[in-house]
Write a protein that binds this ligand. Sequence first.
Ligand code: SF4
Length: 359
Amino acid sequence: MYFSLPEEYREANAATLNNRIEEARSRLGHRLCLLVHHYQRMEIVAHADYLGDSYALSKLAAGQKDAEIIIFCGVHFMAESADVLTSDQQMVYLANPLAGCPMADMADMADVLEAWEYLKPFGGADQFMPVSYMNTTAGLKAFTGRNGGLICTSSNARAALEYAYDRRDKVFFFPDENLGMNTGNQLGLKPEEMVIWDFSRQNGGLTEDEIAQARLILWKGHCHVHTNFTVDQITHIRQEYPDVQVIVHPECIPDVVDAADGAGSTRYIVEYCEKATAGSVIAIGTEVNLIHRMAEEYPDKTILQLSGEICPVCANMYRTTLNDLAYCLDHHADLKPIRVPESDRADALLSLQRMLEIG
Ligand code: SF4
């Protein structure tokens, strides 16, 4: 099976694997595009044609008109989006096909459809707009596109909700309750206007009155990496480093976002570190591989992990190794590309294009 790599790849040392990767890159030339997410291991980042967050990578995928082979070092939903945004002739591969996103798995298609059917009598498609975080299956992106909605990432969640409220009264947002609530707070929604749909409970665990007065219905999903951060950690780090600037990702819980000095997407965090003046002390609440890389890239600044001893690693992003990448590059012709079913492609594309249009 693919995930049990042949011994030749499993046992090779880093120098051999790096050579193999570079040889394959030269051999494939402009036919290849290697897209790498910011949370990947440093040794993978070193081989990237493009490095970015999920928004930047989806834009880059859409712009790859020449590359016949697109290899994604990230997680499954990202490769699916790249497949939707590229032509039928272009093949998208996930360097480690087992790399998924537990948050995306929290929104199951059948559960979302059941919720949508239940919500319809409270205004129906004329009132509700589905807004889906990028971290969903292509099937749910298609559902979103079919029902007039759009995809968002942490870079443009606010713009996506504004787009939705310009057209409809209520938003059904999935699967990250924290990104949804943090964005609702930014837009000034009142607490009673935001409710959590708990898919494990009858009717989402909500009363009819709660749904009727809600403007933002949030799926009960979360990222197990970003929900590791706590207000106590912020208090603690401020005591230890009085000049520290705390920045966090909006998948953190709202109390953490409120207590931080700034919150924003992966791109925001990267740019924050880049622009900070020498000598700055910055504590970051996001995935650990990105924090380590920022610390290495900016040795004139003190860049710290907000959670101290707790290591906020995304095990799925960490799954992709040099071994996987070398094997995928050498054997892509024998591997199964990531293919979104025809029945979902057009509607998933619609929801992604709406996102790209709002920027
Ligand atoms: S960091 Fe969280 S949201 Fe991102 S891929 Fe990992 S589990 Fe999913």
